[in-house]
Write a protein that binds this ligand. Structure first.
Ligand SMILES: [Zn+2]
Length: 289
């Protein structure tokens, strides 16, 4: 697997326009053309720790300039055993690295901003010595920390946890759905212990310098500023409304919130089933000086 840290849009453009990504694109393009009903790739699932045949159906596929359908690798190239897509499997790998770093410490606490998910289940069963908390957003007017049918409610913009509770916060594809991403980032920083790690994924449009608001909640009412976009949500048939299209501004936002070493990491690995241009954000809350 290759991993590249990008601090600026210039770093990113040099990487994705370079020869390595040109070759990868050709490989992905030809995989897409040799399709039946789905693309199958023999590889190794890191969370399952075994060889599997990853499968990418053409749900959510996009058209290459010549009309060839190319799967949405990020969201749909899944391991048939754990069902996790590439993004979730990569986050699981990052959780493993974090857990190994802290394996000798007592009272390690991790918060995953999801609960009804294979990633959360995998985290709790793989690292039972970590005290895990998971949560979902169950709707406006719910009380943070309360459970309904075993599912804990939390509002990312107003978490119910005490300051400096967790050694790790994982937030996967949540920040684009909150009204005020800066407030959610501030909350993540507040509940992290000094030295704690944040692993974040959310869609970002590398062509955008500034964030773009698609919707805003004013006095409890959602106002749409751009056409509505919804992403899949296991707890809602309609899905979750996208409030923000992130641009490069988000890196400055994360650093301003307190993740002073926040950067975007681009990863690619055929054998691990990480195809397309995929990235995540990672940073640490500065330890006390
Ligand atoms: Zn798997």
């Amino acid at each position: 697997m290759e991993l590249n840290r990008c601090n600026t849009s210039e770093d990113y453009l040099a990487l994705v326009n370079g020869p390595a990504f040109t070759l990868r694109w050709l490989l992905e393009y030809h995989l897409s053309r040799s399709r039946g009903r789905a693309v199958t790739i023999a590889g190794f699932c890191s969370p399952c720790a075994r060889t599997v045949d990853f499968v990418a159906p053409f749900d959510g596929a996009w058209h290459a300039p010549d009309g060839t359908l190319v799967p949405n690798w990020r969201d749909f190239l899944r391991c048939p055993a754990c069902t996790m897509n590439g993004r979730q499997r990569r986050v699981a790998q990052l959780i493993t690295e974090w857990a190994m770093d802290l394996a000798c410490r007592d009272h390690v606490r991790g918060y995953v901003m999801e609960q009804v998910s294979p990633l959360y289940r995998w985290s709790t069963t793989t690292f039972p010595w970590v005290e895990w908390t998971g949560s979902e957003y169950l709707g406006a007017g719910k009380i943070g920390g309360r459970e309904e049918k075993g599912i804990r409610h939390e509002d990312a913009e107003a978490l119910s946890f005490a300051d400096a509770t967790f050694d790790l916060v994982v937030s996967c594809d949540v920040l684009e759905h909150v009204n005020d991403p800066s407030a959610a980032m501030a909350e993540i920083m507040r509940v992290l212990r000094p030295g704690g790690r944040a692993i974040l994924t959310f869609p970002m449009d590398p062509a955008l310098e500034r964030n773009q608001r698609r919707a805003a909640r004013v006095d409890g009412t959602v106002r749409h500023l751009l056409p509505e976009i919804y992403h899949g949500n296991p707890l809602s048939r309609r899905g979750s409304l996208v409030f923000t299209d992130f641009g490069w501004e988000v890196l400055a936002q994360l650093r301003a919130a307190g993740l002073s070493d926040a950067a975007l990491y681009v990863y690619w690995g055929y054998e691990l089933g990480y195809l397309g241009i995929q990235f995540y954000f990672l940073g640490h809350k500065a330890p006390p000086t």
